[in-house]
Write a protein that binds this ligand. Structure first.
Ligand SMILES: *[C@@H]1O[C@H](CO)[C@@H](O)[C@H](O)[C@H]1NC(C)=O
Ligand SMILES: *[C@@H]1O[C@H](CO)[C@@H](O)[C@H](O)[C@H]1NC(C)=O
Ligand SMILES: *[C@@H]1O[C@H](CO)[C@@H](O)[C@H](O)[C@H]1NC(C)=O
Ligand SMILES: *[C@@H]1O[C@H](CO)[C@@H](O)[C@H](O)[C@H]1NC(C)=O
Ligand SMILES: *[C@@H]1O[C@H](CO)[C@@H](O)[C@H](O)[C@H]1NC(C)=O
Ligand SMILES: *[C@@H]1O[C@H](CO)[C@@H](O)[C@H](O)[C@H]1NC(C)=O
Length: 648
């Protein structure tokens, strides 16, 4: 099935002289004339200029468009003209703008002008005169060789005639029996001609659109005529490439070939790539059709027909038929978001320009959308819908569907647990057409999600415990966005240095009970064992260690070990000093005694005020000793923590 009909004509674009406006305003068209065949696509372009400031203000262009008609004194934007619905596309790059018209119709023949409007009153301009476009009917032959003969003479005059106007100094190419003749380059020439030879012409620079070959005398010269210059077909479909041929003498061999595939033209049916897919049909004499089925993109090429009759061989310099194999594709051209439903503008594209009169089918979730038959579609679109397009009658060869991202999923590069300082990559993936872009969000302290990254992958080259948290990713394309489920990152690490505390923290008396508590930052949570210095086996396990009915033997340095799957860590020492009940009584007695002696001595001193008394050594010495006992006892009753870690 071919997408384009017999496009035999061509596009001729004439270079313009520079059209410049006044006072810094102007539009310069790349071409001032264009001539194209019905069904083809044409691109008109221009660049514009305007003064940078006016009335002391900066000019900025707010709107620009192309038009042909003026209604009520106002230029009618082509995109608002129903005659061009779905066939025009604007594009501007800075001050260079272009207009593309697809699927040309004869009625498109007109003068196309470009207009731009700035932010200031009166700051508007029309590029006049515009580009005059002439669209030729499909039946129009384009180039033709016209023969003027002189009766009973072999002398004739050939003229290359064109239905489109051509620049006056165009150069021509002449073909004799399919071979180009370098000597002739003007639009016409005269010579003696042989009745076996055929002639065709082309315009230099447009070799792909030559005229059909003609016999100078009679009808039975040697010639091959391709009725279709370009054929565009859908991948997977089949195509017919026809030609007609005549020869002056009986034909000895004939075949279809692909120029450039081998050094010498070779029969396609012999080529393994085509053998099972190529077929040559010859339903009537002088008409041959090459049929290629199950088309592949690699079949895009030029195809030619060749015959020999005796010593004569048709040459292959004259272009044959160019086949383009394409797949359909839906392009999202515009989107207007609003609430749950979105207004979209889609276009069914192929690498070929669509032929006139081709009908399309739009499918939403596999269901035909009624009354949508052009190559563009404007309508509602909601999340979860899939839209594809096809050429009517060939629904089986539809484009791939377009849809908003499907539920994104997050995957982690480490399938086991995530360990501190390891390298971890989180990947967000979502099936979407057009392809989605991604953004990441992470929950912060206030339980809000904050943007965290804008790539499909989130890379932690050395992950830290602080990177733990809840994440989600969002996939977005022109048709919508969706977010993934929450993904928790929990970075595992060995216990940090544990700290130990004791309760009660005041003096520990024999017979009372004491609670030791160990805590350590760890993931997963640590378990604990308790040790007493210079004892190998643990005294207990668990975060708290309760010693009931303490006795003086319990005095000593204690520490805890925190451990989890990632490792272990010992705390520093905690000194437990248990005060002996009897020694406490003795010291209490000694304290009282000391106090009594002191008071007595003081009284004596005060009374006697003798030198001897003040220089006495015995009594103050006793006092100092008692003081030492008191302070050291108090000290040992305070929990004490060593400053240094015990050796590992
Ligand atoms: C605009 O077109 C002119 C002439 O064709 C070219 O030199 C220039 O680079 C173009 N500018 C942009 C931005 O495309
Ligand atoms: C045609 O060819 C002649 C010489 O062969 C050359 O002088 C002339 O410029 C050519 N004309 C064009 C339009 O190319
Ligand atoms: C992602 O794509 C959407 C739609 O195409 C676009 O609006 C958005 O700016 C893009 N975001 C990023 C981060 O590229
Ligand atoms: C406490 O320990 C002492 C000496 O070790 C013992 O005599 C006493 O019975 C214990 N008391 C209790 C309540 O276990
Ligand atoms: C502490 O955890 C480690 C690792 O999970 C385990 O091997 C050990 O038996 C645990 N110890 C206690 C006392 O629960
Ligand atoms: C902690 O101390 C205990 C007892 O001395 C020892 O067996 C263990 O290996 C130590 N742990 C570490 C991590 O040093």
């Amino acid at each position: 099935m071919s997408l384009t009909a017999a496009v035999s004509g061509f596009i001729v674009l004439l270079l313009s002289a520079v059209v410049q406006g006044q006072n810094g305003w102007g539009v310069t068209y790349t071409f001032t004339n264009a001539c194209a065949q019905e069904g083809s696509t044409v691109v008109l372009s221009c660049s514009y200029t305007h003064p940078s400031t006016g009335n002391g203000q900066q000019y900025t262009v707010q709107k620009s468009f192309w038009f042909t008609k003026v209604k009520g004194g106002e230029a009618v934007d082509l995109t608002a003209d129903s005659a061009y619905r779905g066939r025009v596309m604007y594009s501007c790059k800075e001050t260079n703008c272009s207009l593309m018209i697809t699927d040309l119709r004869e009625s498109d023949s007109a003068e196309y002008k470009f207009r731009f409007i700035t932010n200031q009153p009166g700051g508007r301009y029309i590029g006049y005169p515009g580009v005059s476009l002439s669209v030729k009917a499909l039946m129009d032959p384009g180039l033709q060789v016209k023969v003027s003969r002189y009766t009973l003479s072999e002398w004739a005059h050939l003229k290359c005639h064109n239905s489109c106007p051509l620049p006056p100094r165009s150069s021509y190419i002449w073909y004799k029996n399919g071979d180009d003749n370098q000597a002739e380059n003007s639009s016409s020439y005269s010579d003696y001609f042989n009745s076996a030879d055929s002639y065709s012409c082309a315009v230099k620079g447009h070799k792909e659109f030559p005229s059909p070959p003609v016999c100078v005398f009679g009808r039975w010269c040697n010639r091959v005529t391709y009725s279709k210059r370009r054929i565009c077909a859908l991948e997977g479909s089949s195509v017919d490439i026809p030609c007609t041929y005549t020869s002056q003498k009986p034909i000895t061999s004939k075949f279809w070939f692909r120029p450039g595939l081998s050094d010498q033209p070779e029969d396609l049916k012999e080529d393994p790539q085509y053998s099972s897919r190529a077929q040559v049909l010859e339903t009537e004499r002088g008409r041959s059709t090459l049929r290629i089925s199950d088309l592949r993109e690699s079949d895009s090429a030029e195809y030619g027909f060749r015959f020999t009759s005796g010593s004569f061989g048709w040459r292959s310099r004259l272009p044959g038929t160019t086949l383009t194999v394409t797949a359909l594709q839906v392009q999202v051209t515009k989107i207007t978001a609003g609430g749950s439903d979105t207004q979209v503008e889609l276009r069914c594209l192929s690498s070929c320009s669509p032929a006139a009169g081709l009908s399309y089918v739009w499918l939403k979730n596999g269901q035909k959308i009624p009354e949508e038959e052009t190559s563009s579609y404007t309508g509602c679109f909601s999340l979860g819908e899939e839209i594809c397009c096809a050429v009517k009658g060939h629904e089986g060869l539809s484009s791939p569907p377009v849809y908003a991202p499907k539920d994104p999923s997050v995957s982690s590069s480490s399938c086991a647990e995530i360990v501190e300082q390891s390298s971890v990559t989180l990947t967000c993936s979502s099936d979407a057409n057009p392809a989605a872009n991604f953004s990441w969000y992470k929950k912060n302290q206030d339980s809000d999600f904050e943007p965290f990254g804008e790539e499909a992958q989130l890379v932690f080259s050395s992950i830290q415990p602080s990177d733990s948290g809840e994440f989600y990713c969002e996939a977005e394309n022109q048709l919508g966005k969706r977010r993934s489920e929450l993904f928790s990152v929990s970075v595992k690490y060995a216990p940090k240095l544990p700290s130990v505390s004791v309760s009660p923290s005041a003096k520990i008396v024999e017979g009372s009970s004491v609670t030791l508590t160990c805590s350590s930052d760890a993931n997963p949570a640590a378990n604990f064992s308790w040790f007493k210095e210079s004892e190998d086996s643990p005294k207990a396990s668990g975060q708290t260690f309760i010693i009931t009915n303490v006795s003086t033997e319990h005095s000593g340095n204690y520490f805890c070990e925190a451990g989890n799957t990632r490792g272990r860590h010992n705390s520093t020492f905690l000194l437990i000093m248990v005060a002996d009940q009897s020694s406490l009584i003795i010291s209490a007695i000694r304290l009282t005694l000391a106090a009594v002696i002191l008071t007595v001595s003081l009284l004596i001193c005060l009374k006697m005020r003798t030198k001897m008394c003040l220089s006495s050594d015995t009594e103050p010495e006793e006092t100092i000793e008692l003081d030492n006992i008191i302070t050291s006892t108090l000290k040992t009753l305070q929990p004490r923590q060593e400053d240094q870690e015990p050796p590992e």
